[in-house]
Design a protein around this ligand. Sequence first.
Ligand SMILES: *Cc1c(COP(=O)(O)O)cnc(C)c1O
Length: 426
Amino acid sequence: MKDHKFSPESLMMSHGYKPELSEGAIKCPIFQTSTFVFKTAEEGKAFFEIAYGIREKNPKEELGLIYSRINNPNLEILENRLCLWDKADDCAVFESGMSAISTVLLEFLKPGDLLVYSNPVYGGTDHFVNHFLPSIGVDVLGFHPDESIDDVKKMIIATGKATNLSMIYMETPANPTNYLIDIQAFADLAKEFSTSERKVLTAVDNTYMGPLWQHPLEHGADLVLYSATKYIGGHSDLIAGAVLGNQEVMGRVKVLRTFLGNMISPNTAWLLLRSLETLKIRMDKQTAGAQEVAKYLAKHPKVEGVNYLGLLKEGAEQYKIYQKQCSAPGAMITLDVKGGEKEAFQLLNNLKLIKLAVSLGGTESLAQHPNSMTHAGVDSEQKKRMNITDKMVRLSIGVEDAKDIIWDLSQALNKVEIGKKELAYS
Ligand SMILES: *Cc1c(COP(=O)(O)O)cnc(C)c1O
């Protein structure tokens, strides 16, 4: 039994925390402090040499605590625990998912570089990629899940900028459509475009599945990104983000975080440590509930279609990708109501248990209308191309009894009047 390896879920209560350093407290206290006292001036000097990369760290040396923008025990313990799920060398936690994403894009993309990204992506990411990056001279090229690797390769070459390709960014499953992108295939494509001087990096936004049901680093990705606001936080009471990867890329991400100053606060990190203790049981329960809800919706006469990973048909291209890189279907569902916006809004306005709100991954079930809410800012032609329609409703399934969620959807769908014209005043 000597070499027994605990699974991440068993280590979420204790990993990386030493009670003897905190008066024996079973739980890690909140280190609500801006700065840390050095024992000697020599020690302070040595810590800065490591923090600022002035010299290499000795094998046994650890970076001491300096200042909470650079490091803090709550942040470090949280980062160590997140590393366990994705088997990453290192992690950096941020004050939001968007700050994690924008810091990675700013660090690895310079004016003249080309970014290739999958469509659709989270609305905020879409804005940063299509509006901010071009304004600093970064070229962007979006592709769609129905385009083959070969198609994308040709598109990259056709830009005439293949030698400037710096990063392939994927969101899989995509928000809100649940479309999957083959991480391994795009990591291989990145290798094809890499040279000895220039490695094309691959980054994956794993918010929908992670950190449990998909591990992008195992499929060749260099960076994995999270909105920790969602499943990792899981209680709809905080905003946070995380990035994971190997020592080399994370060193760069952490240096930029130090100078942008967009690290998480000790208080939010502490809340996430608490969230991580129940992450596995929450995601298990949410996934089990979602499977029942999706099955129910798929048979409902007022529902035209359901996008859910648990309903993918064997043999389909998307199913093959699912089998390759996901271990469970997760708890995000989109459905198309028969009709359009009017019918979708009738469904949303009549829900009693499920709350009408954006965001996802929390303990309570949420419903929203991507076309007019989370993806309102996305170009309308693009939305059509991505099947984000006015009849689409997105559900995030919480930990409630699935019977109650189904009851709620059933009574709300009953009130949807398909195709009925508004009564005109005569
Ligand atoms: C919510 C979300 C983000 C943005 O995260 P914030 O924590 O809100 O900044 C990024 N990607 C995906 C897939 C998301 O769902």
